[in-house]
Design a protein around this ligand. Structure first.
Ligand code: NAD
Length: 289
């Protein structure tokens, strides 16, 4: 596609790589992060222009990409950029937020003729680094068609799930399906280790059987080695579990496993694991006996 003028706000573990792929694809990228020095560091590596002020970063851009921690930061950025964005702008938000939060910003954007897509991602930091993310979007078809071309710079699978909020509900479903799985993996590895088996060999065998999963392929060896200094933080997974449980409560859907693993993740936090990848559930499991 032709080069676009794009602003990326939020240069964390995910946004950093998304912005880098956009720059590599030839787009003129301006970047912003509230943490002083981060935007400049990104510019030193990738070119473009860097800001700590989101309003300055979106000036003269009609496509904005955000990758922020949660609702609070999304609303803070909306307050700053919606007054300055030009009519007809497109805002693609890759943060995982509440569905209600996404719908609120979508409605506020519509008042200003700014199209907003909730577009949470799956695939982790490696997916962002390798440009192979999965995007699940909610919003209008016209906005999606425009955004799809941009997102192709860093995503391999991009799907419109329905109207505003549908992307976030899909992402919540993804999290429900993965939380119990990671705890089960921790239990299995701890069990095999306690029985004195060669656990790497066990993982190798299981990867060819019915219990194979992304978590097993990408995390099991690291869990075994007790390495957690990367990836998707315990803090962010606890945030996602909170979003899921709130949404489930409003629909009266019981999620007993998700609830239980949420409590276990709180224990990982108490162990000092807020910034660890959430597969540090393994650390909690090892300390539980
Ligand atoms: P992160 O905390 O590393 O990055 C968020 C960035 O946003 C930080 O650099 C922070 O300084 C910046 N920020 C916060 N408020 C800001 C503001 N007002 N203006 C500008 N910048 C601001 O988080 P992450 O791991 O990159 O995740 C980002 C989002 O993607 C989260 O919602 C997370 O749930 C989701 N996600 C993360 C992963 C993962 O593996 N890390 C995977 C899938 C989805």
């Amino acid at each position: 596609m032709s080069a676009q003028r794009v602003a990326v706000i939020g240069l964390g573990r995910m946004g950093w790589h998304m912005a880098a792929h956009l720059a590599k694809a030839g787009h003129a990228v301006s970047v912003c992060d509230v943490v002083p020095g981060v935007a400049q560091k990104w510019v030193d590596e990738n070119g473009g222009t860097g800001f700590t002020d989101a309003a300055a970063a979106v000036s003269g851009r009609d496509i904005v990409i955000t990758s922020l921690p949660a609702d609070r930061e999304l609303f803070a950025v909306a307050d700053v950029i919606l007054p300055v964005l030009i009519n007809g702008s497109l805002w693609v938000d890759h943060s995982t937020t509440s569905a209600e939060g996404a719908r609120t910003v979508h409605a506020r954007g519509a008042e200003k003729s700014v199209a907003f897509l909730d577009a949470p991602v799956s695939g982790g930091v490696d997916g962002a680094r390798n440009g192979t993310l999965t995007v699940m979007a909610g919003g209008d078809q016209v906005a999606f068609d425009r955004a799809e071309k941009i997102m192709g710079a860093y995503a391999a699978r991009i799907t419109l799930m329905g109207s505003s909020g549908a992307g976030q509900i899909t992402k919540m479903t993804n999290q429900i399906c993965v939380v119990g799985l990671c705890q089960a993996l921790a239990e299995g590895l701890d069990f095999a280790e306690s029985a004195g088996l060669d656990v790497s060999k066990v993982i190798h065998v299981m990867l060819q059987g019915s219990s194979a999963s992304w978590q097993m392929a990408n995390r099991a060896e690291k869990m075994l080695a007790g390495e957690y200094n990367y990836g998707f933080s315990t803090t962010l997974m606890r945030k996602d579990v909170g979003l899921v449980l709130d949404e489930a409560k409003s629909m009266n859907v019981p999620l007993p496993v998700t609830e239980m693993v949420g409590r276990m993740l709180a224990e990982v936090s108490q162990m000092g694991g807020d910034a660890w990848d959430w597969c540090s559930l393994m650390e909690r499991q090892r300390h539980s006996h």
